[in-house]
Design a protein around this ligand. Structure first.
Ligand SMILES: *[C@@H]1O[C@H](CO)[C@@H](O)[C@H](O)[C@H]1NC(C)=O
Ligand SMILES: *[C@@H]1O[C@H](CO)[C@@H](O)[C@H](O)[C@H]1NC(C)=O
Length: 994
């Protein structure tokens, strides 16, 4: 939680020595916290000035900033060697070094490698890596692997072709052979390669369709007029700016008209005609670089800048989105973790659940209102002084916790707490304030250092903190040991990793020399504290709750008026321009400043600063974007130490390309606003592309107060996201789904669908885990011949078969949506009425959607395996099966089901069932040793045009009492199958004929 910096009242600002920005020399001159008359220590508040970034203006804002493209000489290739598998060459600076934002590297190694026939690598690295002139940093292949080579590929058989030239300076061009189209083209640009600034430029077709380059809160299709920054930042979901994770990957989809001669003509998706058919080709580009980056999107193409590292591009030729996404995961970043079955149940969380008793009350409220609840979560409330692995013994004592968790677990439910990345460092002078986790870590020497070798001390929730150094080979064991020890006291079922950007509430090693102030209050007021009372409500609240809205607005105005400015002190606009010094990197103030969204664009603001030093000498500057990735890896492996047989469940905030192997992700600190409910869809779809399908956002919104209408819509929408959690900030109004009657009803109705299709969800996840396929899907991915879908992100598909068209605006009673594929005979069935939707191709159709109703559709051609809804996933798994068969235009349908015990890491027994329908016959073929004992109860077939004479299972007539046919809705419902499937729904292959 929390990136919000709030205004602080003047009284909080105690006299405090100037913070030195130079981490190695920081020493405060403040006086220690003093005892009050009651003998208690007043808690020292770190002043807001400790957070202030430098008075640094990014080059992007600086009118005098030089465009590297206009002053740098570029390179010339020589020493070219070609082989069937690729090309190598030497690139030499083509003129006088420009040294614009660093020191130009005079010699580079260029290589092309055909990794596979649908995958191509282009790499540009300094020839002399060990040259002291550059102090070069190359990304560790153990941390971020390069794409694998299948050793079969060749230039001749590749989908892609690559050409290069030296005129006027070195450039290269990647072409797709099938279309003759350049997919990447650095013509008319110069390559800039300096020790702190790397820039390459590619042109793109007009009106391009690009997706990805995360993490950002933005629409699905990237705008062509925006700078996308990649720098892990603890900040509350600003739109378009850098947030928690870094995913330097994009998908590019192009639509073509093909003439009789097979000639392809590129068509702008927004100008395509509804009446025509198009073909599309998608490719992916992964830039294997973990430095602070900036991708400048403009109508002609993009400019990719990095503060270091190398150019290491992999091109994935697709040609479908699914092909690109699978290839990216299988060959490069890895497949997403298999999740436990329970993780697809509903999760309830909030900051401000005060004690075990309150958690117990929340759980019993869910029971009372008969709303499914799978997992209750704890935010930082449970901690003793906000310290990891240490419960507050008054509010969350271990003994009461044991009783609570025993009861919770025996009801089939689960408990997941937050764990922060930073570790409290106690005041060494205060013998009563020892902290074993710190003591052990300090003894093992596993924390990040200052350049002088002392521990780097930042400030997070507990006060001054240290940070695990993931480059130290002992740190993973330290982390695992802490989790194992704590797990013995609190039997947690998963871990929620927060603050792993890695966040720090002050600039530099602010705690060095200041430890006697510990513990401290952060530099900002917590939500609900004076000056930071929450008066925010969703858009439209002033219409539905006029009186309340007016008084909130007045209170908010008065709070703002009385607040004194205590936060950012950088009011002047002096430009801190750093002149590059040959051979020396300026880590704290790089000469090029990316458009980072913290104070002054300063890389050290609200984060561990770039000069923090790892055990192998690597500076945080070079690996900042990987901290989150590495703690997720460590946490995943720590949970395996707790129980090697169980799939670890980890949800993390900061992620990098490949984090899906270990963790899911939530959308971070969103706000209770309609806009953020919308953004949850493109954010989820982007994480589908990034190989992190386990995604969801805080339903009803985190920051600010929600309201009944927004929470009603949001609880319904999130029910169709893989990770389904309601979470709320401290002191905001309560927003559990039982708070309002209408939200209770809406939630139950959406959860009824979710819990029924849990087997479908689980099967999709297993497929994602084994093949790299996606779970939440954009319409454009499933319907690639329709350019009009290229930017659709207000509706989405769950797997291939279910489409959700949510209401995303206040006071609506209907929503407009498209039904893709109609032109080609696609049929869509309304989930609730089970009848085929009457809509026209390409027309935005108005769909009734009164409050409490979320439009859901089933795609013709699908067999969806279901069980009965229940209050827990465990209960649901014990119920009889049903199959929802939605016939396609040709009367056919297919479907899949995967089953196992739902928790083993490598289950011995699994079951794969394939469903297929043709000629009025549904067959189920099962493979595997998992014994599914629940019988089959019902088969519902949608789109049956005539009343069947008889229905037979394996030739045996189904009793007529179980068969119903509705000639108007065309629904055939076959019930009473339990008796015929007593040994289990899939214990033998069967065919149901009607
Ligand atoms: C970028 O493009 C979008 C969509 O066309 C437009 O709404 C926005 O105003 C543009 N922004 C800038 C900074 O030009
Ligand atoms: C738990 O917290 C609630 C809410 O703050 C409070 O009313 C209650 O007294 C606390 N109970 C215990 C046992 O501490």
């Amino acid at each position: 939680m929390v990136g919000v910096k709030n205004l602080l009242s003047g009284a909080w600002l105690l006299a405090y020595g100037a913070f030195s920005r130079s981490a190695s020399t920081a020493s405060g001159s403040h006086s220690a916290a003093s005892p009050t008359s009651s003998g208690k220590y007043t808690q020292f508040t770190i002043p807001a000035s400790a957070e202030a970034g430098a008075q640094l203006i990014a080059n992007i804002d600086d009118p005098e900033a030089v465009d590297a493209q206009s002053v740098c000489p570029g390179y010339k290739a020589s020493n070219v060697k070609e082989s069937a598998r690729g090309v190598t060459a030497t690139l030499t600076l083509a003129g006088k070094p420009c040294n614009v934002y660093g020191t130009d590297v005079d010699s580079l190694d260029f290589s092309i490698e055909y990794l596979a026939n649908d995958r191509l690598s282009v790499q540009i690295v300094p020839t002399y890596l060990d040259s002291s002139n550059y102090s070069w940093f190359m990304l560790d292949e153990h941390v971020v692997p390069r794409s694998i080579s299948d050793r079969q590929a060749s230039k001749q058989d590749s989908d892609l072709e690559i050409a290069w030239s030296n005129e006027p300076s070195f450039y290269f061009k990647v072409t797709r052979k099938a279309t003759g189209d350049a997919i990447f083209d650095t013509t008319d640009s110069v390559l800039v390669f300096e020790n702190q600034f790397v820039e390459f430029v590619t042109s793109l077709p007009k009106d391009y369709n690009l997706y990805g380059i995360g993490e950002h809160i933005q629409q699905l299709r990237l705008l062509n007029n925006l700078t996308l920054t990649l720098y892990a930042s603890d900040i509350s979901d600003p739109i378009d700016d850098n947030v928690y994770g870094s995913h330097p990957f994009y998908l590019d989809t192009r639509y073509y008209e093909v003439n009789d001669k097979g000639h392809h003509t590129l068509v702008a998706s927004d100008k395509a005609a509804q009446s025509k058919d198009y073909v599309s080709f998608s490719h992916g580009v992964f830039s294997r670089n973990a430095h602070g980056q900036e991708v400048v999107m403009n109508p002609e193409g993009l400019k990719w800048r990095s503060l270091g590292g190398s150019i290491d591009l992999t091109f994935y030729s697709g040609p479908s989105q699914a092909g690109v996404t699978k290839n990216y995961q299988l060959s490069t970043i890895g497949l997403p973790a298999l999740q436990q079955y329970f993780t697809f149940g509903f999760h309830q969380c909030r900051w401000g659940y005060n004690n075990w008793t309150e958690l117990e009350e929340v759980v019993s409220n869910f029971e009372k209102f008969e709303i499914p609840l799978e997992t209750i979560w704890s935010d930082i409330d449970y901690m003793h002084g906000y310290r990891d692995f240490d419960n507050d013994q008054h509010r969350y004592p271990y003994s009461d916790g044991e009783k609570f968790l025993d009861k919770l677990h025996s009801s089939g439910r689960h408990y997941i707490p937050i764990i922060d990345a930073a570790i409290y460092i106690p005041n060494p002078k205060n013998a009563s304030d020892t902290y074993d986790t710190y003591t052990r870590g300090h003894q093992e020497d596993v924390f990040l250092k200052n350049p002088d070798g002392s521990e780097y001390i930042g400030a997070v929730w507990p006060g001054y903190t240290v940070f695990p150094d993931w480059h130290n080979p002992k740190t993973g064991d330290f982390w695992a040991n802490e989790i194992v020890i704590w797990h013995k006291k609190v039997a947690i079922d998963g871990i929620w990793i927060d603050m792993n950007e890695v966040s720090s509430f002050c600039t530099g090693s602010c705690g060095s020399g200041n430890l006697r102030m510990n513990p401290t209050h952060p530099a900002f007021a917590l939500p609900g504290e004076p000056g930071n009372v929450i008066y925010d409500y969703p858009e439209g609240f002033e219409l539905s709750n006029k009186t309340e809205a007016a008084s909130a607005s007045a209170a908010s105005f008065s709070q703002a008026a009385t607040a004194t400015t205590g936060g950012s002190t950088s009011s002047s606009t002096s430009y801190l321009r750093t002149t590059p010094t040959p051979g020396v990197r300026n880590i704290n103030y790089p000469p090029y400043v990316i458009n980072h969204d913290q104070d002054g664009h300063d890389l050290s603001s609200h984060a561990v600063s770039p000069n923090a030093t790892h055990s192998d000498g690597v500076q945080e500057y070079d690996v900042h974007n990987l901290f989150g990735h590495q703690i997720l890896n460590a946490t995943y492996h720590a949970l395996l130490k707790v129980d090697e047989k169980k799939r670890p469940f980890v949800i993390g905030r900061s992620t990098f390309a490949g984090s899906g192997k270990w963790a899911g992700h939530w959308g971070g600190d969103n706000a209770s606003r309609w806009a953020y409910m919308f953004f949850s869809i493109p954010q989820a779809l982007s994480f589908s592309l990034f190989g992190i399908p386990m995604f969801g956002v805080d339903a009803c919104g985190f920051n600010g107060n929600t309201d009944e209408e927004l929470c009603n819509r949001w609880m319904q929408l999130s029910a169709f996201f893989p990770f389904y959690r309601n979470h709320n900030t401290l002191s905001a109004i309560s927003q559990e789904p039982y708070i309002w009657e209408s939200v209770t009803a809406a939630t139950k109705s959406a959860m009824k669908i979710r819990y029924a299709i849990l087997p479908y969800f689980y099967t999709l996840f297993h497929e994602a885990h084994t093949t790299g396929s996606t779970v939440m899907r954009a319409l454009a991915w499933e319907f690639p011949t329709d350019p009009s879908l290229a930017a659709v992100d207000t509706q989405f598909l769950l797997g291939p078969s279910i489409m959700v068209v949510p209401v995303l605006a206040p006071h609506a009673t209907s929503v407009r949506g498209v039904f893709p594929g109609l032109k080609h005979g696609e049929v869509w069935y309304d989930w609730y009425t089970q009848t085929a939707v009457d809509a026209k191709p390409g027309v935005n159709t108005t769909i009734p959607a009164p409050l409490g109703h979320i439009p859901v559709f089933v795609r013709g051609g699908s067999v969806v395996p279901m069980q009965e809804p229940a209050l827990t996933t465990k209960e649901a798994r014990g119920t009889p099966w049903s199959l929802l068969v939605a016939l396609g235009g040709s009367g056919t349908a297919t479907g899949q089901l995967y089953l196992d015990d739902g928790e083993s890491n490598a289950p011995d027994d699994t079951l794969d069932v394939t469903f297929s329908v043709k000629e009025s016959s549904l067959s189920a073929r099962a493979k595997g040793s998992w014994e599914e004992l629940n019988p089959l109860a019902t088969v519902t077939v949608l789109g049956v045009s005539t009343r069947p004479d008889a229905v037979k299972l394996n030739g045996i007539p189904v009793p007529a009492s179980g068969v119903q046919y509705n000639a108007t809705s065309r629904v055939l419902s076959v019930g009473g199958l339990q008796k015929l499937t007593r040994k289990g729904a899939f214990s033998a292959d069967w065919a149901l004929k009607w």
